[in-house]
Design a protein around this ligand. Sequence first.
Ligand code: HGY
Ligand code: MN
Ligand code: MN
Length: 410
Amino acid sequence: MKAEQLRINQARLLAALDELAAIGRTEDGSCCRLALTDEDKAGRDLVVKRMRELGLEVRIDPIGNIFGRRAGREDIAPVMTGSHIDTVRTGGRFDGCLGVLGGLEVVRTLNGAGIATRRPLVVAVFTDEEGARFHPDMAGSLAYVGGLPLQELYDTRGIDGKRFEDELRRIGYLGDAPIPLYRPHAYVELHIEQGPVLDIEGVTIGAVENLQGISWQEVTIVGQSNHAGTTPMRLRHDAGYCAAAIGHFLRQLARDMGGNQVATMGKVDLHPNLINVIAARAKVTVDLRNTDEALLKQAEQRFAGFLKQLAADEGVKIETRSLARFEPVIFDQGVADLIARTAQRLGLSCRPMTSGAGHDAQMIARIAPTAMIFVPSIRGISHNPAEDTKPEHLAAGADVLLHTLLELAA
Ligand code: HGY
Ligand code: MN
Ligand code: MN
């Protein structure tokens, strides 16, 4: 069969996605494989096994990043694809996994057709993309490109207090490959959109040209615990109220700024967290994002000003700690155009996209020409067990990946 007639096998791809989704499934149907947990290990073990069955040379680096390499006719810089298989606590079946298993389905299709490529192909699984347990997000790919010193990553404590290096060693994925093992000729990542745009517009493929900036911080408020019944309102230093005020301010801030500004208070921990005690302490996380760096900075500054005023008004101490800060990323226009041309050649509707979510591609873009392929998320739902994408869209995304990689590896 001629290369351009090649298509991936949809049933095989769906079966591979279901097989991985079963690992770490919780009773509400979520995929829960937080980075470096036993569930993450089980997912890694499965993917490594499938890579070996496909004849890929499997290498693991000291960050726990996994690489499956398919030899090319020439031993030169490879074309790389991949993503992550760690999840948030309420993960869906496709976030990250589609990029990894889509890459393996491309390999399976090429093996079946006996097609050799000039350049080697590499399918990568990057460690701790979600950053939900060990901040920041995209930690594995960030360290891979030298944006985060290895020792700093190793000493990072998770939200459960465990050390990154100890957990990586415990699950047996502290490898010895050099960092970076490969400087790819190009990198293309297939991922669900996780937003509503493609679904609402009825478009099948997104050629992702850029990705918004991300600012994560942890805010610690220290007030004074006191009796909920006897303490007059004017004498309170209520950390619980301050946490609520922060959530309200963030919503107002995003509304006032409009445009692409988004703001989320995702995690709230109160101490002592009891009905009749004014909270002594509160720890909240703040996720600010914007496609425009100057506006993201403005959002951060307005938030900092609000915290200062809140501390003065409430007589509490407020400290912030940055957990992640990534500027907006422009992907390689040539690779994005190739994705769009490939989609058109395959008769698929396509439109340029901006990514609202962070992805490993934004880090690999620092060392290689990079872009992403999006497929629709039904109702834009993600980080939620209801995350869903039509089977034909999953297959369409993998077909665009197949032909984009073939062209880049020629
Ligand atoms: O946070 C993100 O955007 C990604 O899901 N890690
Ligand atoms: Mn993802
Ligand atoms: Mn995610």
